[in-house]
Design a protein around this ligand. Structure first.
Ligand code: GLN
Length: 192
Protein backbone atom coordinates (compact mmCIF):
# COMPACT_ATOMS: atom_id res chain seq x y z
CA UNK A 1 0.00 0.00 0.00
CA UNK A 2 1.18 3.50 -0.86
CA UNK A 3 1.61 6.08 1.85
CA UNK A 4 -0.16 9.18 0.51
CA UNK A 5 0.19 12.49 2.34
CA UNK A 6 -2.25 15.38 2.02
CA UNK A 7 -1.06 18.72 3.37
CA UNK A 8 -3.90 19.51 5.77
CA UNK A 9 -2.92 22.72 7.56
CA UNK A 10 -5.74 24.49 5.67
CA UNK A 11 -7.82 23.86 2.53
CA UNK A 12 -9.82 20.98 1.04
CA UNK A 13 -8.40 17.67 2.20
CA UNK A 14 -11.05 14.92 2.16
CA UNK A 15 -11.81 15.42 -1.55
CA UNK A 16 -8.13 14.84 -2.37
CA UNK A 17 -8.08 11.76 -0.14
CA UNK A 18 -11.05 10.30 -2.06
CA UNK A 19 -9.45 11.09 -5.43
CA UNK A 20 -6.12 9.51 -4.39
CA UNK A 21 -7.88 6.33 -3.22
CA UNK A 22 -9.84 6.16 -6.48
CA UNK A 23 -6.75 6.76 -8.63
CA UNK A 24 -4.89 4.02 -6.73
CA UNK A 25 -7.79 1.58 -7.12
CA UNK A 26 -7.90 2.29 -10.88
CA UNK A 27 -4.24 1.17 -11.08
CA UNK A 28 -4.76 -1.91 -8.92
CA UNK A 29 -3.01 -0.25 -5.95
CA UNK A 30 -4.15 0.81 -2.52
CA UNK A 31 -3.30 4.07 -0.76
CA UNK A 32 -3.19 4.86 2.93
CA UNK A 33 -3.95 8.58 3.47
CA UNK A 34 -2.15 10.63 6.11
CA UNK A 35 -3.24 14.21 6.83
CA UNK A 36 -0.17 16.37 7.42
CA UNK A 37 -0.29 19.17 9.99
CA UNK A 38 3.18 18.80 11.49
CA UNK A 39 6.73 17.93 10.53
CA UNK A 40 8.12 14.39 10.60
CA UNK A 41 5.42 12.77 8.43
CA UNK A 42 6.33 13.84 4.89
CA UNK A 43 9.60 11.82 4.89
CA UNK A 44 7.54 8.61 5.10
CA UNK A 45 5.18 9.57 2.26
CA UNK A 46 5.42 8.06 -1.23
CA UNK A 47 3.35 10.88 -2.74
CA UNK A 48 1.96 14.25 -1.68
CA UNK A 49 -1.03 16.46 -2.40
CA UNK A 50 -0.97 20.21 -1.80
CA UNK A 51 -4.65 21.24 -1.83
CA UNK A 52 -6.48 24.42 -2.69
CA UNK A 53 -7.56 26.84 -0.01
CA UNK A 54 -5.89 30.07 1.01
CA UNK A 55 -2.29 30.18 -0.13
CA UNK A 56 -1.10 32.77 2.40
CA UNK A 57 -2.41 30.63 5.29
CA UNK A 58 -1.03 27.39 3.84
CA UNK A 59 2.37 29.02 3.25
CA UNK A 60 2.56 30.49 6.76
CA UNK A 61 1.63 27.19 8.43
CA UNK A 62 3.89 24.87 6.42
CA UNK A 63 6.75 27.27 7.21
CA UNK A 64 6.03 27.60 10.94
CA UNK A 65 5.50 23.83 11.32
CA UNK A 66 8.72 22.98 9.47
CA UNK A 67 6.86 21.08 6.74
CA UNK A 68 8.11 23.22 3.83
CA UNK A 69 11.71 21.90 3.70
CA UNK A 70 10.37 18.34 3.95
CA UNK A 71 8.22 18.91 0.85
CA UNK A 72 11.29 20.22 -0.99
CA UNK A 73 13.30 17.15 0.07
CA UNK A 74 10.44 14.90 -1.11
CA UNK A 75 10.68 16.48 -4.58
CA UNK A 76 14.48 16.33 -4.59
CA UNK A 77 14.10 12.58 -3.99
CA UNK A 78 12.00 12.43 -7.19
CA UNK A 79 8.72 11.58 -5.47
CA UNK A 80 5.41 12.85 -6.91
CA UNK A 81 3.48 15.94 -5.83
CA UNK A 82 0.12 17.20 -7.06
CA UNK A 83 -0.38 20.89 -6.24
CA UNK A 84 -3.80 22.39 -6.96
CA UNK A 85 -4.86 26.04 -6.96
CA UNK A 86 -3.53 27.49 -3.68
CA UNK A 87 -1.14 24.50 -3.66
CA UNK A 88 0.12 25.57 -7.09
CA UNK A 89 0.61 29.12 -5.80
CA UNK A 90 2.80 27.86 -2.94
CA UNK A 91 4.66 25.39 -5.19
CA UNK A 92 5.46 28.05 -7.82
CA UNK A 93 8.70 29.96 -8.23
CA UNK A 94 7.07 33.32 -7.55
CA UNK A 95 3.53 34.46 -6.70
CA UNK A 96 4.31 38.16 -6.40
CA UNK A 97 2.94 38.20 -2.84
CA UNK A 98 5.14 38.78 0.23
CA UNK A 99 2.83 36.63 2.36
CA UNK A 100 3.57 33.57 0.24
CA UNK A 101 6.97 31.93 0.65
CA UNK A 102 7.25 30.08 -2.64
CA UNK A 103 8.75 26.59 -2.62
CA UNK A 104 10.09 26.76 -6.20
CA UNK A 105 8.92 23.24 -7.08
CA UNK A 106 7.45 24.39 -10.40
CA UNK A 107 9.29 26.78 -12.71
CA UNK A 108 6.33 29.11 -13.18
CA UNK A 109 5.20 32.49 -11.91
CA UNK A 110 1.58 32.97 -10.86
CA UNK A 111 -0.83 35.77 -10.10
CA UNK A 112 -3.28 35.08 -7.30
CA UNK A 113 -7.00 35.43 -7.99
CA UNK A 114 -6.35 36.53 -11.57
CA UNK A 115 -9.24 34.47 -12.95
CA UNK A 116 -11.63 36.69 -11.05
CA UNK A 117 -13.46 36.79 -7.77
CA UNK A 118 -15.32 33.93 -6.08
CA UNK A 119 -18.48 34.62 -8.07
CA UNK A 120 -16.52 34.10 -11.27
CA UNK A 121 -15.86 30.44 -10.50
CA UNK A 122 -16.63 28.14 -13.42
CA UNK A 123 -16.27 24.61 -14.81
CA UNK A 124 -14.99 23.80 -18.29
CA UNK A 125 -13.89 20.59 -20.08
CA UNK A 126 -10.18 20.80 -20.95
CA UNK A 127 -7.95 18.53 -22.97
CA UNK A 128 -4.91 17.58 -20.88
CA UNK A 129 -1.71 16.05 -22.28
CA UNK A 130 -1.58 12.42 -21.14
CA UNK A 131 -5.36 12.08 -20.69
CA UNK A 132 -7.83 10.97 -23.35
CA UNK A 133 -11.27 12.50 -22.90
CA UNK A 134 -11.43 16.17 -21.80
CA UNK A 135 -11.16 16.71 -18.05
CA UNK A 136 -13.96 18.59 -16.20
CA UNK A 137 -12.00 21.48 -14.68
CA UNK A 138 -13.36 23.57 -11.82
CA UNK A 139 -11.84 27.04 -11.37
CA UNK A 140 -12.41 28.87 -8.05
CA UNK A 141 -10.64 32.21 -7.64
CA UNK A 142 -7.92 30.46 -9.57
CA UNK A 143 -4.36 31.64 -10.01
CA UNK A 144 -3.21 32.71 -13.46
CA UNK A 145 0.06 31.10 -14.56
CA UNK A 146 1.62 34.28 -15.86
CA UNK A 147 5.06 32.95 -16.78
CA UNK A 148 6.41 29.52 -17.67
CA UNK A 149 10.14 28.83 -17.38
CA UNK A 150 11.48 25.30 -17.72
CA UNK A 151 8.10 23.61 -17.14
CA UNK A 152 5.85 21.59 -19.47
CA UNK A 153 2.37 22.97 -20.14
CA UNK A 154 -0.19 20.11 -20.03
CA UNK A 155 -3.38 22.14 -20.49
CA UNK A 156 -4.51 25.60 -21.47
CA UNK A 157 -7.73 27.51 -21.13
CA UNK A 158 -8.40 30.59 -23.24
CA UNK A 159 -4.79 30.48 -24.43
CA UNK A 160 -3.36 30.50 -20.91
CA UNK A 161 -1.55 27.61 -19.19
CA UNK A 162 -3.63 26.00 -16.42
CA UNK A 163 -1.77 22.70 -15.85
CA UNK A 164 2.02 22.45 -15.71
CA UNK A 165 4.62 19.84 -14.84
CA UNK A 166 8.25 19.84 -13.71
CA UNK A 167 9.50 16.28 -13.39
CA UNK A 168 7.57 14.64 -10.54
CA UNK A 169 5.57 17.79 -9.71
CA UNK A 170 2.24 18.51 -11.39
CA UNK A 171 0.36 21.75 -10.73
CA UNK A 172 -3.14 22.85 -11.76
CA UNK A 173 -4.91 26.21 -11.51
CA UNK A 174 -8.16 24.26 -11.26
CA UNK A 175 -9.51 21.74 -8.73
CA UNK A 176 -9.33 18.13 -10.01
CA UNK A 177 -10.49 16.90 -6.58
CA UNK A 178 -13.90 18.57 -6.92
CA UNK A 179 -15.23 16.28 -9.64
CA UNK A 180 -15.57 12.47 -9.41
CA UNK A 181 -12.96 12.16 -12.18
CA UNK A 182 -9.64 11.12 -10.59
CA UNK A 183 -7.53 10.99 -13.78
CA UNK A 184 -5.39 14.03 -12.87
CA UNK A 185 -4.45 12.36 -9.58
CA UNK A 186 -3.71 9.19 -11.56
CA UNK A 187 -1.49 11.13 -13.97
CA UNK A 188 0.37 12.92 -11.15
CA UNK A 189 0.98 9.84 -9.05
CA UNK A 190 1.13 6.92 -11.47
CA UNK A 191 2.01 8.52 -14.82
CA UNK A 192 0.25 7.96 -18.12
N1 GLN B 1 -7.52 32.45 -4.13
C1 GLN B 1 -6.82 31.46 -3.37
C2 GLN B 1 -5.42 31.93 -3.01
O1 GLN B 1 -4.94 32.83 -3.62
C3 GLN B 1 -6.75 30.15 -4.09
C4 GLN B 1 -8.13 29.68 -4.35
C5 GLN B 1 -8.28 28.20 -4.29
O2 GLN B 1 -7.40 27.46 -3.85
N2 GLN B 1 -9.46 27.78 -4.68
O3 GLN B 1 -4.85 31.37 -2.13
Amino acid sequence: SLNAGVIAVQGDVSEHADAIRQAATDRGETAEITEIRQSGIVPDCDLLCMPGGESTAISRLIQSEGIAPEIQAHVEAGKPVLATCAGLIVAAEDAGDDRVENLGLLDVTVERNAFGRQKDSFEVPLSVTGLGEPFPSVFIRAPLISGVGDADVLAEWDGRPVAVQNGSVLGTSFHPELTPDSRIHGLAFFGE
